[in-house]
Structures are given as structure tokens and as C-alpha cells.
Design a protein around this ligand. Structure first.
Ligand SMILES: [Zn+2]
Length: 643
């Protein structure tokens, strides 16, 4: 009783004034847990797609023709859109990427005319002839076609459906469209006149369905040039009509080789598919010769390609392609390049084969029938099964850009992240895997470009760094390569080798991420803190522990948890104070930082040789900025940043 009275009295005491409480302090540690969205049955707390995971599907049938007199592509696209969401949709959003080349586009407003992601003053854009809903007539009846109202908003077009599309239902749309192919299509597509004629690299070339997902509904971010793509998976049936003299390389399997190839070429392709080494399909001495095209009188040929479960289709065409190929694991590895390309393109298929084999064996088996490298005006750009790399690239630069663009087959072609919002999830992860492809090819042991902590630190010391979580279009263009490529790649490298200090666990987790999210749409929230399969992950603490739901799990690192400075093998390298020329970055040397987004260099690998010097004229280089700003960094800061 007495005790109860004491308690009651205590409860009646006025609360102490708030000012007497110590101020609340949030966790400001750089290793604090990230705020993540609450898990649900669609995206689980474990990082897995949940039992109710869904995503939309879009299958395309495209019939298009290239008019080489006007550089115009005109065609029809039929899109079968499967609504797997639990929602009823009244409209669909389509991506009309070519509208970035309208004079009044937001991309034109954002990009200086001479910028990498501009159209260099080209004015074009889509002409949409019609958009119709198509319904197949039952039991052989007439198919119904209903014109649909559309609303255009820059590079996005809303198509109002004539009847609601319920969960589980499929809508078929039919569009007629055309556009003129720009010469410089934001360094992602375009055309260039070589001595033998025009070479076309064609992408963003049909109205593409925007992604409707459980996280954001319709993803309607404009195409501004720098931010890449977010696309649904589906099957493609594509027919491309070109002049008879042209050879076409495209995403997918060639469906009509008898019509567009000679018997010799078909025999060579069969041989190449079984060959570890490069086999010519059209040799340099054969380029442009009439016998390289099948007999016939029609002025054009139609090439048909089919592709299953891809998020996009791109293609290239020219009358003067050298074409060679080899095989790996059932995939045909191919290169198409004009005779004027850098002579090192003769090694392109070797580089491509190494890359596909390396990534397949290390991370996730390459699932597609073809892997194609095309030389042309685009510096470096990736599409499913086909990549565009600069015809001017050579030496390690050509290897670097080839292995980078083909690495994109895993991120974002297989793991279908949202590139426009989260460039680090494709560029960063890909750049990380490129490190090991390069080390394996050149028999190196320490990364010299991306992944080299010292090089990253030198950039970080400038204070120019920006957060990779910024939407791709918001990163300063000249910093894109550092922020979205190099920083995540270096972070993963440090995590794999120095924080976890256990490549086996890291690799198991990384492979599991790819496996779980193959052909799906992961978000950043599926990654950090949630890789319990590894017993460690991006949430790993520098003090040798990581936290999962409040638990501290010792990681038993081989290095002392409080170890400072580079690992012994790195220190040894630094102590030598000299490296083989161009092969390593030693503190104090000129830092050769060549990120992508500086308006000049195509993405991927370190560009070397004449391409770099030739194209750099008059444009700002980040390494110059870095060198200039680096003078102001104190020795103490340098020691800290360089470990
Ligand atoms: Zn890339």
C-alpha cells in the first residue's frame, strides 16, 4: 500500500522541463543504417522479389524500312501489352525518345549544342501517323481497329485506351511512325558517312512502352539525353528493310538467313559458332563486292530477327561492314566494322568473346544467342545482344569499351534496373565487373583504372563529388563517369577485397542478386543490408561488424578490424613509387581521370591513343580540373583519402 502511494505521488509530479533533456542526436555515422522502404509481399526484406512480385510485359512486332536517301526510318509497331498489375489502367505511356531532337524539347534546352548528349543542332523527332487499339475478330471475323486519343508531353506520349485494361488483360496497340536518323543521336545512336557510304547505328527507334511498376506507377521521366532507360521485357519480331547492298546486325536471332545471306556466309557462320578463334564472315577483301549479297533483282532486302525476353532491340546497317565471328557457349560472338575502323577492330571479336566468357563464368551465364560489337560513330552504347563502340577506338581503349558495353548485358539487360533514376545500378555494377574482365585479359593483379582506390581518392579530394543516388540527368555531365561509374565500382571493389576481405562471400551475394533479379526490376532497396546470404553485404561496418535487425555479426576479417592504410600488397605497390608506364596510378603521379560525361569520350574503358587527343580539342577535361584543384589539398587530407 505504501509502495502504491509512493508510485502515485511520483506520477503526480510535474514532468521536468523539456530544456533539461539532452538534445536528441540522430545517428550521423557514415555507416548508419540506410532508411529503406518497408518490405512487403512484392519486394521482401530479404532482398528477394516477393511471392506477389509482378511486372508488366510488352511484346513487339515491328516492320520498318530504312530510306538511305532521306535517312528516314518508317514503319509500324504492334505492341501487345499485358497488364500483370493488380490495377486497372485507363491509359498507357509510350516513350518517344526521338522527340529529344525537336527544337523545343527539354533535352535541347538542357544540353549545349555541342554536348555529348545533344543532337548537335539536328532537328527531328517522331511523326506518329496513327495509334489504334487492335482487337482480333473471333472465329475468323474482321479485326477491329479503334483510333486512340493521345497526349504528347515531350518525349512521352500518353495513349488513352478506349476501354479500361483490367488486371490480367492484354491490350494490343498498332502505331504508324517515322523519323529521320540524326547523325549524332546523343552518342547513343546515329549515322556516319565512311568512304564506302553511310553506316547507321539505330536505337530508340520505335515507340517503347514506359514501365508501370509497384514502386512508382508509371515511370514518366523525360528522355533528356544523359539518363538512360527503363524498359519492360518482352518478345520481339522485327523486320528491317534496307538496300540490297546492306548488311544488318541486330538484337536477336536472324530468322531468314536463306534470304539475306549467301551460302558461303552461312557456312562460315556455322564454322564460327564452333570456333574459339575469329572466323571471317565477310573478309576485308570482300567488302562491298556483289558476290557478298544473295542473288536477286529487288533493290531491297528484308532482314528478320526474333528475340525473346529482352527489354529492347537495336540494330546497325551498312554496305561496307567487315564481319567476323566466333562462338562461346552456344552464342555467336560477332563484330561488324568498316574497313576504315581502327586496325585493332580485327581483335574486337576476341575481346568480345573474352568478355562474354569471363562474365558468364564469374557471375551469371550469358543467356542470349548473339553478342555483337559494331564499330561506328557512337562512342560506346549498349543494347541487348548488341553494342556500339567507336570505330576510332584501338588498343586498350577498344578492349575497355568493348568489355564495358558487353558487361551491360548483365546490368541492365539481364538485371533490368531503372537507369534513368539509378545509373549506379547499371554503370557502377558493370564498371565493377569490368575490373576483373580487364585483369583477366591482361594478366594484371591490381586495377589501374576503375576500382583503383587511390585514383578515386584523388578525385574525391577535389571536393567535386556528388551522390550517385542522384537521378542520372541531375549529375553534372563532366562528373558522370566518376560519380556513377567509378565511385560505385571502387566501393564494391573495396567491399570485396578490404571490408569483407572475403571474395567468396561477396561473390556468392553478388551472383545471388543477379539470379534473383534477372529479367526483373530491382530498386536500390533490395541491395544494402539485405544480403544475408553472404553473412555480410553493403551494410558491413568498418569495425568488422555488420548489423541486421540490431544484431552484430562478427565478420572475422583476416585483416585487423582497425587496420589503417592500404592492404600490404597495395602498400608494396605504392612504396615502389613507380609503376609500369600507364599501368598503375602511384600517388604523386599525374592522375589520368577520364570519366565519360565530359562531353567528349564515349562511355566505358579508358580511351587511349589518337581518339582521345583528337576529340579532346577545346573541351574541358576533368583530369585538368582535378590536377588544378588537387594543389589545394593538404598532405593530411591526402594521407586520409589515400589510406
Ligand atoms: Zn556503361
Amino acid at each position: 500500500m505504501l509502495a502504491l502511494a509512493v508510485v502515485l505521488v511520483a506520477l503526480q509530479q510535474p514532468a521536468p522541463p523539456a530544456s533539461a533533456l539532452p538534445p536528441q542526436v540522430g545517428d550521423t555515422s557514415p555507416f548508419r543504417r540506410l532508411a529503406l522502404p518497408a518490405p512487403n509481399l512484392i519486394r521482401e526484406g530479404s532482398g528477394r522479389p516477393g511471392p506477389r512480385y509482378w511486372q508488366q510485359r510488352a511484346d513487339y512486332t515491328i516492320r520498318a524500312a530504312l530510306d538511305t536517301a532521306t535517312h528516314t526510318i518508317a514503319g509500324t509497331a504492334t505492341i501487345r501489352y499485358a497488364n500483370n498489375s493488380p490495377d486497372t489502367l485507363g491509359y498507357l505511356w509510350l516513350q518517344l525518345d526521338q522527340n529529344i531532337y525537336r527544337a523545343d524539347s527539354r533535352g535541347a534546352a538542357v544540353n549545349p549544342t555541342d554536348a555529348r548528349f545533344s543532337g548537335r543542332g539536328f532537328e527531328g523527332g517522331y511523326t506518329i501517323a496513327y495509334v489504334r487499339a487492335v482487337r482480333g475478330g473471333r472465329s475468323g471475323g474482321q479485326a477491329g481497329k479503334t483510333p486512340l486519343a493521345t497526349t504528347l508531353n515531350g518525349t512521352m506520349m500518353r495513349v488513352n485506351l478506349d476501354r479500361p485494361l483490367g488486371p490480367g488483360q492484354v491490350a494490343s496497340l498498332e502505331l504508324g511512325y517515322s523519323f529521320e536518323v540524326p547523325e549524332h543521336g546523343s552518342d547513343r545512336m546515329g549515322r556516319e558517312r565512311y568512304p564506302g557510304g553511310w553506316l547507321y547505328e539505330v536505337a530508340q527507334w520505335y515507340p517503347r512502352v514506359a514501365v508501370y511498376d509497384d514502386v512508382r506507377g508509371w515511370n514518366t521521366e523525360q528522355y533528356l539525353g544523359q539518363g538512360e532507360f527503363y524498359l519492360e521485357y518482352g518478345d520481339f519480331d522485327v523486320a528491317i528493310t534496307v538496300p540490297r547492298s546492306f548488311v544488318v546486325a541486330a538484337t536477336g536471332t536472324l530468322a531468314n538467313p536463306l534470304e539475306v545471306l549467301t551460302a558461303t556466309q552461312r557456312a562460315r557462320l556455322v564454322q564460327a559458332a564452333k570456333s574459339d578463334t575469329t572466323v571471317p564472315i565477310i573478309a576485308k577483301t570482300e567488302v562491298g563486292q556483289p558476290f557478298t549479297r544473295p542473288a536477286g533483282a529487288s533493290p531491297t532486302l528484308t532482314w528478320r530477327f526474333t528475340a525473346r525476353n529482352v527489354r529492347d532491340v537495336a540494330w546497325a546497317a551498312a554496305a561496307t561492314f567487315i564481319w567476323d565471328a566466333s562462338g562461346y557457349g552456344g552464342a555467336l560472338i560477332q563484330s561488324f566494322y568498316p574497313p576504315e575502323a581502327n586496325a585493332d577492330w580485327a581483335r574486337s571479336t576476341e575481346y568480345a568473346r573474352h568478355s562474354i566468357k569471363h562474365y558468364s563464368e564469374k557471375w551469371f551465364r550469358y543467356p542470349y544467342a548473339n553478342a555483337i560489337n559494331v564499330a561506328g560513330p557512337v562512342g560506346g552504347m549498349e543494347y541487348p545482344m548488341i553494342v556500339f563502340c567507336s570505330s576510332r577506338s584501338g588498343q586498350r581503349g577498344l578492349f575497355g569499351v568493348t568489355t564495358h558495353e558487353l558487361g551491360h548485358q548483365w546490368f541492365p539487360m539481364i538485371v533490368g534496373s531503372n537507369e534513368r533514376l539509378y545509373a549506379w545500378m547499371d554503370e557502377g555494377f558493370n564498371s565493377f565487373t569490368n575490373i576483373y574482365s580487364g585483369l583477366a585479359f591482361y594478366h594484371d593483379t591490381i586495377p589501374t583504372g576503375r576500382g583503383a582506390g587511390a585514383q578515386w581518392a584523388k578525385f574525391a579530394a577535389t571536393g567535386l563529388d556528388e551522390p550517385p543516388i542522384l537521378a542520372a540527368d541531375r549529375v553534372a555531365p563532366r562528373l558522370l563517369g566518376q560519380v556513377e561509374y567509378n565511385k560505385p565500382a571502387t566501393g564494391l571493389y573495396l567491399l570485396r577485397h578490404h571490408i569483407l576481405d572475403d571474395t567468396t562471400r561477396f561473390d556468392a551475394a553478388f551472383r545471388e542478386y543477379i539470379r534473383r533479379w534477372a529479367y526483373k526490376h530491382p530498386t536500390p532497396a533490395v541491395l544494402p543490408h539485405r544480403r544475408r546470404g553472404s553473412g555480410g553485404g553493403l551494410g558491413a561496418h568498418a569495425n568488422g561488424h555488420e548489423r541486421h535487425h540490431g544484431l552484430r555479426i562478427p565478420l572475422e576479417p583476416r585483416r585487423a578490424p582497425d587496420a589503417r592504410g592500404p592492404a600490404p600488397h597495395l602498400r608494396q605497390r605504392h612504396d615502389r613509387e613507380q609503376a609500369p608506364p600507364g599501368r598503375d596510378l602511384v600517388f604523386g603521379q599525374q592522375c589520368d581521370l577520364r570519366p565519360q560525361g565530359d562531353g567528349r569520350i564515349g562511355e566505358g574503358g579508358d580511351r587511349s591513343g589518337p581518339e582521345l587527343s583528337g576529340r579532346a580539342t577545346g573541351e574541358q577535361r576533368v583530369d585538368q580540373t582535378v590536377t588544378a584543384l588537387h594543389v589545394g589539398t593538404s598532405p593530411e587530407q591526402r594521407r586520409y583519402l589515400l589510406g
